[in-house]
Design a protein around this ligand. Structure first.
Ligand code: HEC
Ligand code: HEC
Ligand code: HEC
Length: 416
């Protein structure tokens, strides 16, 4: 189940593949054509220069052929289903984004190390084959059982690290128990304790270690007077539930605006209006920075019985017969949000999403700039609202690289 949705999601995420912006129905202005031509020439030049990305594409094709003809089993099948979208079918990774497994120090360290990485995932910077990466590798503890992790880790260490030791199911069970509740590995710095002789690893950034300002942290986890603890409703990780939205990874500017809107009465909600009235401007800023920087995998799942294929269509293409533009034309390809004004929708709680669409349609929420969301929501029948909400809930959360890019844009102080 987890694996299928991950696969569908990764298909959708690829920018430019099926994504059809609604503007394309208008006449294309001349400067846009020039830019497109220039980009085309540049892209072609890059393709010839950049041997590694060519190798990646080539590897993709080869592995697709292998997958089609020989129907791999065991460790190889598990690798193709769970790891190859990021690390690539031939294990070379993606330049500047995902480290290679082929000949990596970690694959060479053997299946036990690989299994511990698969079980916990990694956050923070890591150095692999002389290059530094700073991404996020998810944990597979919930998706794979002990036997699967054992097969997968033995396969990865054998194929990419030339390590011939094989790992058993019982050993994985022990590793799983030993690491339960430890969270992600904190970059190469923490992994160095696991792999002796590793080349020097980058230090975790001080901010991630220090956590939020203690006063903000108190507001979040303990509350103060009328400002009830945010975590008591939004969850300890800002993951949300049902009618309470996920806050983790929404942009700083959007979170701050919503809190101001609740405080000033521009947006109404019994609980939030009450909470926000007790917050100062600087507390709103601190809370927005904290939640915008949280990296938390999606906990949302389709729950409204919506038609996912219909939802995908509305999100990617809109529905002209209803006069509804593609959601992603404003909320960004993959629903990861754009700048401070267009919030991320991917991985948002479906009941909350549907409730907001209903609130706009019914005139209960009216704080969207230029009333953009009001008309769109009115035009969508109830079944379509459930369909699109369920579809959005099936998408992966905004990846840390996007979060960082967003923070950089917002750091520049412009509002888009
Ligand atoms: C969503 C993308 C993604 C998926 C899926 C993924 N990884 Fe990773 N993996 C990464 C990233 C990114 C890093 C580097 C982590 C960092 O920068 O903090 C990494 C690091 C690693 C490392 C240590 C560095 C290296 O290159 O040797 C190993 C080993 C690894 N992954 C194995 C796996 C295996 C096995 C699977 C399949 C179960 C898997 N990964 C699935 C993204 C992914
Ligand atoms: C009593 C439960 C409760 C508490 C406590 C609470 N919230 Fe909320 N929050 C909600 C609900 C419910 C909503 C959705 C409101 C709606 O439906 O319009 C919400 C909405 C929000 C939103 C808007 C998100 C979006 O996607 O538009 C933000 C931002 C937010 N809360 C931040 C906070 C912060 C920060 C705190 C702590 C200072 C906090 N909340 C405390 C229940 C709570
Ligand atoms: C023309 C641009 C535009 C399009 C198209 C658009 N949106 Fe929005 N949407 C916005 C803006 C702007 C906001 C932020 C409102 C605010 O600041 O309060 C928003 C907010 C939202 C929110 C609230 C998120 C939250 O965390 O509270 C939801 C839900 C939403 N949109 C769903 C959709 C869906 C579903 C579609 C497609 C059917 C869609 N939007 C299409 C502009 C757009």
């Amino acid at each position: 189940m987890t694996r299928t949705s991950k696969q569908t999601a990764s298909k959708i995420v690829k920018p430019g593949e099926d994504f059809e912006p609604w503007e394309s129905h208008n006449r294309v202005p001349l400067p846009v054509i020039w830019i497109a031509l220039a980009l085309g020439v540049w892209g072609t030049a890059l393709l010839f220069q950049d041997q590694s990305s060519y190798a990646v594409a080539q590897g993709d094709r080869e592995a697709d052929e292998v997958a089609a003809h020989d129907a791999p089993e065991g460790g190889e099948a598990l690798f193709l289903a769970n790891c190859s979208t990021c690390h690539q079918p031939n294990g070379v990774g993606v330049r500047l984004a995902v480290p290679p497994l082929q000949d990596s120090e970690f694959a060479k360290a053997g299946p036990e190390v690989v299994a511990q990485i698969v079980l916990r995932g990694i956050d923070g910077p890591i150095r692999v084959k002389g290059f530094t990466f700073d991404g996020h590798m998810p944990s597979f503890a919930a998706a794979l059982d002990d036997g699967e992790v054992a097969q997968l880790a033995s396969y990865v260490a054998g194929r990419f690290g030339d390590a011939d030791a094989a790992l058993g199911r019982d050993q994985v069970a022990e590793l799983r128990a030993a690491h339960a509740g430890s969270g992600s590995w904190q970059g190469g710095e923490e992994l160095a304790g696991l792999v002796p002789g590793l080349p020097a690893q980058p230090a975790m950034p001080a901010m991630a270690q220090a956590g939020p300002d203690p006063a903000i942290s108190d507001l979040i986890f303990a509350g103060r007077g009328d400002v009830w603890s945010c975590a008591s409703c939004h969850g300890g990780l800002g993951q949300g539930a049902e009618n309470t939205p996920r806050l983790a990874g929404l942009s700083q500017g959007y979170i701050a605006k919503q809190l101001q809107d609740f405080r000033e009465g521009e947006r109404q909600n019994e609980h939030m209006s009450f909470v926000a009235k007790g917050l100062s401007d600087s507390e709103i800023e601190g809370l927005a920075v904290y939640y915008a920087g949280l990296r938390v995998d999606s906990t949302a799942q389709p729950a409204l019985g919506g038609d996912l294929a219909r939802g995908e269509r509305i999100a990617l293409q809109g529905d002209w017969s209803l006069g509804v533009p593609a959601c992603f034309s404003c909320h960004g390809p993959s629903g990861f949000g754009v700048g401070a004004d267009f919030p991320a929708l991917a991985a948002q709680q479906p009941a909350y999403l549907a409730s907001q669409l209903a609130a706009w349609a019914g005139g209960h929420r009216n704080n969207s700039p230029l009333g953009l969301m009001d008309r769109i929501s009115e035009a969508l029948p109830e079944s379509d609202r459930r369909a699109v909400a369920d579809y959005l809930a099936s998408l992966p959360a905004v990846p840390p690289t996007e979060q960082k890019a967003m923070a950089r844009i917002e750091g520049g102080g412009d509002e888009l």
